[in-house]
Design a protein around this ligand. Structure first.
Ligand code: SAM
Length: 278
């Protein structure tokens, strides 16, 4: 292996299409003596296909700290360990972050490999032109908490990236539409797999589109919603502006702070503050 020996390699694995495993990922998985896997049985066929003779150790959400201790032990003994999850990049809505933190805290090296990730794959095909994106991952399972989480994101100008499972996709899209209203929703389903589909359309029409054909509700989903339009920022700007004015801040300072906090236009807020004062 041209790579270093006693390091933790964070190795992304394919989302569906085995051709997406990078050459470097294959080399690392073939050459390390240990692979820490989210589900060792799930990953066994991949390791077999690669001809990897690595011993596996389980590293899932219920044993992450114990797994981290075992991994640090192997690293301290001078052995390399590769960390993989069931699909995609470890640590991205998957176990891995605690292991990486423990390895780093123990003074051992962490080497990340680039590779498959559902969020970036979906984003690259979304066609959304928002300058920034916010990766949220899974929203809460419970309706009330989910709507609250969406409400908290309402004023955010970033495109919002969510992961969702098939049995919750209808509820989640319904909540996104109810809270966020007229926006664009990109539904990226079964990426890199046989039934891959990427649909883009108005968020408010998405529920009907999903219901029209039950096949559209099957598989794994990335949902991307376009960011808050400028007028929502303005609305939020005005809300913050009023709070600051009510707290006794001078017009100029209140407008400057409200603009900095919400991203709304400073001059417009200044004019509005003057009008409110009158
Ligand atoms: N670590 C993974 C990554 O890097 O994308 C994500 C793991 S998370 C447990 C699984 C979720 O990722 C799925 O519920 C789905 O939202 C999304 N996902 C994974 N594979 C996908 C695919 N092929 N197409 C669309 N979404 C996918």
């Amino acid at each position: 292996m041209t790579e270093e020996s006693a390091a933790l390699y964070v190795v992304p694995t394919p989302l569906g299409n085995l051709g997406d495993l990078t050459r470097r990922a294959g080399e690392v998985l073939r050459s390390v003596p240990w692979v820490a896997a989210e589900d060792t049985r799930h990953s066994a066929p991949l390791l077999k296909l690669l001809g990897s003779l690595a011993r596996t150790l389980p590293a899932h959400q219920h044993n992450e700290l114990a797994a981290a201790a075992r991994i640090v032990e192997r690293l301290k003994a001078g052995e390399a360990v590769a960390l993989i999850s069931d699909a995609g990049t470890p640590g991205i809505s998957d176990p891995g972050a605690r292991i990486v933190a423990a390895v780093r805290a123990a003074g051992c090296k962490v080497i990340p490999l680039p590779g498959p990730c559902a969020a970036t794959t979906a984003l690259s095909a979304s066609g959304l032109t928002d300058e920034h994106f916010l990766f949220y991952g899974f929203l809460p399972n419970k309706g009330g908490q989910r709507r609250k989480a969406i409400e908290d994101l309402r004023g955010n100008a970033c495109a919002l990236v969510f992961y969702e499972a098939p049995h919750r996709v209808l509820e989640t899209v319904a909540d996104l539409a109810a809270v966020l209203g007229e926006r664009t929703l990109v539904i990226a389903r079964e990426l890199t797999k046989l039934f891959e589909s990427i649909h883009s359309g108005p968020l408010t029409a998405a529920l009907e589109w999903l219901k029209e054909d039950p096949n559209r509700q099957r598989g794994e989903f990335v949902l991307i919603v376009s960011g808050a339009p400028a007028d929502v920022d303005d609305h939020e700007g005005e809300r913050v502006l009023k709070l600051l004015l009510a707290d006794g801040l001078p017009v100029k300072q209140a407008a400057r702070l409200a603009a900095a906090i919400t991203g709304a236009a400073k001059n417009a807020l200044y004019e509005r503050a003057l009008a409110l004062k009158e």
